[in-house]
Design a protein. Structure first.
Length: 42
């Protein structure tokens, strides 16, 4: 594995984690939903 592939793989895992966190609206409340959505957008 080269360095660029490893960085892209880590970013993909972070993106999947943020998507799951955004979908957990009922458990995490509105503020965290909005913050995770903004982080995903950025």
């Amino acid at each position: 594995m080269n360095g660029i592939f490893r960085v892209r793989l880590i970013l993909d895992f972070i993106e999947v984690g943020l998507i799951v966190a955004c979908l957990a609206y009922w458990w995490l409340d509105n503020l965290s939903h909005e913050l995770f959505g903004t982080a995903l957008f950025v």
